[in-house]
Design a protein around this ligand. Structure first.
Ligand code: FES
Ligand SMILES: [Fe+2]
Length: 379
């Protein structure tokens, strides 16, 4: 039984893409694009991307389902910053430094979620509330004149919108682009979904090679011949942008022209929507579950990719568990882990040989060209 509050219709943008697919307006460029091979291998380029993209823009941390109820906290380290993500007693999300204000000790050392009514430092037991406020310290008289209100945990700017949690390192970051995704994400009921499973893959490839694989359909019938290829038509994709993010729809034009495109469940069975959340994440919407992929660069040729699968509710029976487990294995292990990330690692290996100067993007790979153009514009 599906108890999930969920929109009964697509957002205007989702509907417009479905209409374009039904008309057969497949997104195709008209010319070959060439990119320098060193964009994937040059450490100076990597440092510029860190400075211009990852140190400045909003970055996806995960779904709201990371913190399914008030007064919980999780840790997050894979962007190279030790973070606590918490939900306070009022349901508000906070993203804070996982560093004690007394003498700098790491506060939480488990992934969580853990109860966060009081987050207690292991060293001298300074205690913080879920919103980061300093609640108490032992022998407070030993800190004469300490302004407790000024010694809460350091906050980063953050937003929870449409069922996703974002943060930025830049205190002046603007989240308007991320808030603009809400009508689309709300149409999938993302905020009410249950986190079924998550896994972080270590991939020996530049972060952009990981993302590139989700921006073109050209490889689906080839690389994924043994897994998901039968579910997709070859190369039938349309795409547009929500601010700097990309929205794409893949489907079968012949089938789409026959269904009622106002029937959202029917449309969701016929069309796969994917979102490239700039710069480093992807949302893939299957008919009854959603995967988030977050590519977190560690070095020019090394990326941690977290895969999180969301379903409507926690499995209630062994059959339900086995059903979701098959979907997880098909995508996380087979399609992403083995095929897409495997191809990214082979790509890195080939590019690092230095034996080709440029890569070619054909007309079916326009999504990749657009992604790299948006990166170039941000650098
Ligand atoms: S370092 Fe945290 S209480 Fe002392
Ligand atoms: Fe793929």
């Amino acid at each position: 039984m599906d108890m999930m509050p969920r929109s009964s219709k697509p957002s205007p943008g989702q509907r417009a893409l479905a209409d374009a697919l039904a008309r057969g307006d497949a997104a195709m460029g008209t010319a070959i694009t060439r990119l320098p091979a060193r964009n994937y291998t040059d450490s100076h380029r990597f440092a510029r991307e860190q400075g211009s993209l990852f140190d400045r823009l909003p970055l996806l941390l995960g779904p709201s389902a990371l913190l399914p109820s008030p007064n919980l906290a999780v840790t997050h380290d894979d962007y190279g910053v030790p973070l606590i993500i918490s939900r306070d007693g009022d349901g508000q999300v906070h993203v804070m430094a996982n560093v004690c204000r007394h003498r700098g000790t790491r506060l939480l050392d488990v992934a969580g979620p853990v109860p966060a009514t009081r987050i207690v430092c292991p060293y001298h037991a300074w205690a913080y509330r879920a919103d980061g406020a300093l609640a108490s310290l032992p022998r407070a008289e030993c800190f004469p004149g300490l302004d407790k209100a000024a010694h809460g945990l350091t906050h980063f700017p953050s937003i929870e919108s449409g069922g996703l949690i974002w943060f930025a390192r830049d205190p002046g970051a603007d989240f308007a682009n991320e808030a603009a995704l809400a009508p689309d994400l709300d149409a999938f009921g993302l905020a009410a979904l249950h986190l079924y499973k998550r896994k972080t893959h270590a991939v020996a490839a530049n972060w952009k090679l990981v993302i590139d694989a989700f921006l073109e359909n050209y490889h689906v019938q080839r690389l994924h011949a043994a897994t998901i290829a039968p579910f997709f038509a070859d190369g039938i994709t349309v795409a547009d942008q929500i601010g700097r993010h990309q929205r794409a729809a893949v489907g079968r034009a012949d089938y789409l022209s026959e269904i009622d495109r106002d029937d959202w469940p029917a449309l969701r069975r016929a069309v796969t929507y994917t979102y490239q959340l700039f710069p480093n994440s992807v949302v893939i919407v299957s008919p009854d579950y959603i995967n988030l992929l977050i590519a977190m660069p560690q070095a020019v040729g090394t990326t941690l990719v977290e895969d999180l699968m969301l379903i409507s509710e926690a499995p209630q029976t062994n059959d339900a568990e086995a059903h979701w487990r098959r979907s997880w294995d098909l995508l996380d292990e087979g399609t992403f882990g083995t095929e897409d990330f495997g191809a990214a690692a082979l790509g890195q290996s080939g590019l690092e040989s230095g034996l080709i100067d440029e890569i070619l993007l054909g007309t079916l790979e326009d999504g990749v060209a657009g992604f790299h153009a948006r990166i170039e514009a941000a650098l």
